[in-house]
Ligand binder design. Structure first.
Ligand SMILES: [Zn+2]
Length: 299
């Protein structure tokens, strides 16, 4: 088997950052898409992540195939839990197949302890622009909320250019047990409205971008016990490796940035992020609680 660092060299992926003082979990990733884009397979990704203090991740499905992949990976790897759903943009394109797709998500949501979340669901008015598409997304979102509620799972919400409408749907439907705003993209006022509804806000690498001043203002008003971090890999790679493919082993860059922004010691921020991720996804899951070094590299 190829050494993880040799794979990074071969694929021109960024070098691993300095390990964190204690472990943190990536609250939202797409290991399947990451492998397609950058050739980093889920097992090597987990080994690299563990070597810098990222003890696991939430593998998020966006369609039936991706949700089945998430469940299979979570059943095989104790560092991984699965989130299952039809993404709002996929829902808008699904046509007559949508109800059967959502029924399959419902089945997967009941598959047992490795499946902890329903998502990513929600509304995307950036990529879906027609009123019919928006109506289909609202219908799909409500169905996913119902699945999360019946199976007692965390609801993982994708909200792009639709903050007010997402809040409307959340207020209109019976509440899911726990709500995570994935790749939160609002300002401080929007953050407060989601916090009022008990949500955790998950911050991606975007928060490190120069252009994201409003998102940093939002981060600074969120109580430390409501902050999560995520890659959304292979997208949204944080500074200083922005522009390269993202993966969970790069999360320490984001965690260090968040600690600076909230002006708390790095070790306290790591402890809080781990506790928050466990709380947001219904309790701890099996993972080492220390940094796991990579094996020696043969020269
Ligand atoms: Zn995502």
């Amino acid at each position: 088997m190829i050494h993880p660092l040799d794979l990074l060299d071969q694929r021109n992926l960024p070098a691993p950052p300095e390990p964190l003082p204690s472990v943190v979990i990536d609250s939202h990733t797409h290991a399947d898409t990451t492998e397609e884009r950058s050739g980093l397979d889920p097992d090597t990704s987990l080994a690299l992540a563990a070597s810098v203090g990222i003890a696991g991740f939430v593998q998020v499905g966006c369609d039936v195939q991706g949700s089945e992949f998430a469940v299979a990976l979570a059943e095989r790897r104790p560092e991984v839990i699965a989130s299952v759903a039809i993404h709002p943009n996929d829902a808008a394109r699904a046509g007559d197949d949508l109800d059967a797709m959502i029924a399959r998500v419902d089945e997967l949501a009941g598959r047992g302890p490795h499946v902890r979340a329903v998502g990513e669901t929600g509304l995307d008015f950036y990529r879906t622009t027609d009123p019919l598409g928006h109506a289909v997304q609202r219908h799909s979102f409500a169905r996913h909320i119902d699945i999360a509620r019946r199976h007692r799972l965390t609801l993982v919400i994708h909200d792009r250019d639709a903050h007010a409408e997402v809040l409307d749907v959340l207020d209109a439907e019976p509440a899911a047990p726990r709500v995570v705003m994935h790749s939160f993209s609002g300002d401080a006022a929007i953050a407060r409205r989601f916090l009022d509804r008990g949500a955790w806000l998950s911050f991606p690498g975007v928060v490190t971008f120069t252009s994201a001043a409003k998102l940093r203002e939002a981060l600074r008003v969120v109580p430390l016990d409501r902050i999560l971090v995520e890659t959304d890999a292979p997208y949204l790679t944080p500074v200083p490796v922005r522009g390269r493919p993202n993966a969970p082993y790069l999360v320490p860059h984001l965690v260090r940035f968040v600690a600076e922004q909230v002006r708390r010691p790095l070790d306290k921020v790591c402890e809080a992020l781990l506790a928050n991720t466990h709380a947001a996804f219904g309790g701890p899951w099996g993972h080492p609680d220390a940094v796991v070094p990579l094996p020696e590299r043969r020269r």
